[in-house]
Ligand binder design. Sequence first.
Ligand SMILES: *Cc1c(COP(=O)(O)O)cnc(C)c1O
Length: 479
Amino acid sequence: MREKLRQLQKVASQLEPSAEQRQALLERVGDYAQNFLGGLPGAQTFVPDQGLSAGLERTFDEQPVPLEHLLDELGSSVDAPGINPASGGHLGYIPGGGIFPAALGDFLADVTNRYSGVSFASPGAVRMEKALVDWMAGLVGYAQGAGGDLTSGGSIANLTGLVTAREAREIRAREIPESPLYLTEQVHHCVDKALRVGGMSECPRRIVPMDARFRMDASALERMVRDDRARGLNPWLVVASAGTTDTGAIDPLPEIAEIVRREHLWLHLDAAYGGFFVLCDEGKAVLQALNEADSIVMDPHKGLFLPYGSGAVLVKDVHQLARAHSYEANYMQDARAAAGDYSPADLSAELSRPFRGMRLWLPLKLFGLAPFRAALAEKMWLARYFHQRISELPGFEVGPAPDLSVVTYRYLPGSGDVNEFNRRLLKAVLDDGKVFISSTLLAGRFTLRLAVLHFRTHLETVDYLIDLLEQSARKLELR
Ligand SMILES: *Cc1c(COP(=O)(O)O)cnc(C)c1O
């Protein structure tokens, strides 16, 4: 048996490169990263696939492949086609981020592989994540007693918040058909997913009308809740948005909160996109009464410019979050903390999880908060600037002045189908590829969107898009 073990060890030990080998690997990967980042200013933001990713090797052999070869493959098959989310030219959907020290934070978290699920295993990692959650809870104005969890993104954070609401309001299967919930058409589709996954899809769904700026009509909400009560139903949940994905609209939280309080409803707030704008004065001015929500979702991979993989859920009363996610397991008996002293595993559906705090903690500390505040204010001003410039361009029609950093607009051609024209205008921008924009349907109209949230998006980027739109529209008019 000893001989067998020696043989296995010999091969298995290849999983542990030597110090020199590690150094060489680090240098090659570092070179790739530096080249990638160095090339960004001239790079395309959108490249149609055209088979570029087809070369990706699909076999996994027994023998090792040299790193150079793998990095070449990464460059040509993965980092070439599609949308480049590292580019400041990403002005579509809701752009992500990718600030460099977050990658270093991930690197360190992965090398040390601290287990941040329970305090017993890593009191430091758990404390760091708690400090980050407490900081965010402070940002939205929550008092002592709030808590939360760092998640993989906004969709899972919404699921966590909605399941917490369900448990807090004790909505059991039997009560579901009589327990209506209230939201607008502009709520993110992940809420729909979360309701389904969380067993709440049979709750009657009341679609609350919106005002002309796609914000929830609070008086309509109040009427609908009263009507449902009069019918003997059990209204229990309002899902509001602070920054919708489509138009960046913020629902009127002070008015909604009053109704929610009076009617004893749970207010869940999806601020995945908009929440971190509270860091700048311009955002703070429009994000009022966030602390009235019982649960809030914020995405650091949006508003804090982190790479994908970072969401957060905050709950005003952390015990509610814990109640919805409590567990018992005999094999965990050594690791359970005193009641009330929660670890992430007590507050989420996950047990083993990445040490997510590092990617957030390192950049926040290393840079300090000032550049984050400035970047968020810059995004809001860029959207305002774009809105103003487009409204001055002949032929263009703009949507409402942006609440945050999304602007909707379209071109009204002298003749012909408006939707078709704007579809072609979008195609012209994507064919150019230097910047990437996306479209939506608003009241059946094909509408173009600008979403500014990338930390690499600056005045030159927006000027480039404006010129491109102007020239492309002129060319299309002549055809
Ligand atoms: C992006 C977004 C989500 C979904 O979050 P993911 O991090 O993509 O899972 C939910 N709600 C809003 C408003 C968003 O902008």
